[in-house]
Design a protein around this ligand. Structure first.
Ligand code: PMP
Length: 417
């Protein structure tokens, strides 16, 4: 008899039978408000009828085309549709299955395109669990410990974590950019540096928005040194932050963009986009995969794009994100253990700290559990596990945000009683 491997860690005890919109239901019919969205994936809500219909139609027509053998229309149509939402310069796209695979693909592309090896990432980064992506992941030792040696050529520079340093945002940006200059002068010379890779909001690392001046400073340095700027929009893309792409909160425009998660509403699909002039520098046939650009996933992604556009989900994320942030601030005002509330759009979090400013993971974990007991599903993040994040599907409405906030206030009260 086989049993599920104990190496998996499950954030909640829920056995989900069914999902609809912002709710999940277990076998006993208990309803849960899902403010995890499958780790920021089900932006259109669980089982959006248009996504379901598109996928069902495609399943009955062609499931597996295999894009290195034959081409299929859902993929070609998706390429065209992505052209409407991608930064105009990023006019060449290809597909893989997961965020990690797309990160791997971007490492290969950057190395091919520049003939250089190093990838600079920013402390607290999460880029995935495959071995190359794990080398670029600095959001917690659990993602790296005991699995080395990891891919050489990963270099770490500071991310502007203002709250952690007790600085204002400008100071944190100045520090991070100066340290990046120092890294380039001491550790990873421009001639060896293929790319900077950055998340517009540090995700697993603690939900810390990158200040626009930081992203713009990276752009300036990338241009000056001939380094590619890769933006990992796996968690921040598809309207999550209140702009279609997280980097659009700044004036920075990337050379390479990685997307996954919200792209296909839960079907496995990821993509990288770059100017054709960069893609042309990769060796033909050097990238690909058996399942990349699966026809059903591409059909679901096309429907997802239509839903995001037709239902105004980007604007909804901005509007309801502000409401969620306001409400979280009110709860934090009553409970000083929540030392910081931050986020962009519907990517919001509260950081739990002791009175002397140390991470308070125990209270964060109690609040997280108390929320689940009340039917509100949340996730934690941050290197110390002391940040609780709220990521509702982008179809959420005001009443559901308020319902989530009321449950959160009760959960925090229980955790601090
Ligand atoms: N990059 C970022 C920013 C992510 O948040 C994640 C997943 N949490 C990944 C990459 C890896 O994606 P996947 O789990 O699909 O491999």
């Amino acid at each position: 008899m086989a049993t599920l491997s104990p190496l998996l860690k499950q954030a909640t005890p829920v056995l989900a039978e069914r999902g609809e919109g912002v709710y999940l239901y277990d076998g006993d019919g208990r309803r849960y408000l899902d403010f995890t969205a499958g780790i920021g994936v089900t932006n259109t809500g669980h089982c959006h009828p248009r996504v379901v219909e598109a996928a069902q139609k495609q399943v009955a027509t062609l499931i597996h085309g295999q894009y290195t053998t034959v081409m299929h229309r859902p993929l070609l149509r998706l390429v065209e549709a992505l052209g409407d939402v991608l930064p105009p310069a990023l006019d060449s796209v290809f597909f893989l299955n997961s965020g990690s695979e797309a990160v791997e693909a971007s490492i290969r592309l950057a190395r091919h395109a520049t003939g250089r090896q190093n990838i600079v990432v920013f402390h607290g980064s999460f880029h995935g669990r495959t071995m190359g992506a794990a080398a670029l992941t600095t959001a917690g030792t659990k993602f790296r410990a005991g699995i080395g040696p990891l891919m050489p050529g990963a270099v770490v520079a500071p991310f502007p974590q203002a709250y952690r340093y007790g600085w204002d945002e400008d100071e944190a940006v100045r520090f991070a950019l100066r340290e990046l200059d120092y890294v380039l002068a001491t550790t990873s010379p421009a001639a060896d540096t293929a790319a900077f890779m950055v998340e517009p909001v540090l995700g697993e690392g603690g939900y810390i928005p990158a200040p626009p001046a930081f992203l713009e400073g990276l752009r300036e340095r990338a241009d000056r040194h001939g380094v590619l700027l890769i933006v990992d929009e796996v968690q921040t893309g598809y309207g999550r932050t209140g702009e279609f792409w997280g980097h659009e909160h700044s004036a920075m425009r990337p050379d390479v963009l990685i997307t996954a998660k919200g792209l296909a509403s839960g079907f496995p699909l990821s993509a990288i986009a770059a100017p054709a002039s960069i893609m042309e520098k990769a060796w033909p046939g050097s990238q690909g995969g058996t399942y990349g650009g699966n026809a059903v996933s591409c059909a679901a992604a096309l429907a997802t794009l239509e839903v995001v556009r037709d239902e105004g989900l980007v604007a909804n994320a901005a509007r309801l994100g502000a409401r969620l942030n306001d409400g979280l601030r009110k709860v934090a005002a009553d409970h000083p253990v929540i030392g910081d509330v931050r986020g962009l759009g519907l990517m919001q979090a509260g950081e739990f700290t002791t009175p002397d400013g140390e991470p308070d993971a125990a209270t964060a974990q109690r609040a997280h559990r108390a929320a689940a007991d009340r039917g509100l599903l949340l996730l934690t993040c941050g290197a110390f596990g002391n940040v609780v994040r709220l990521i509702p599907p982008l179809v959420v409405n005001e009443q559901q945000i308020d319902e989530g906030l009321a449950l959160w206030a009760d959960a925090v009260a229980e955790a601090t009683a």
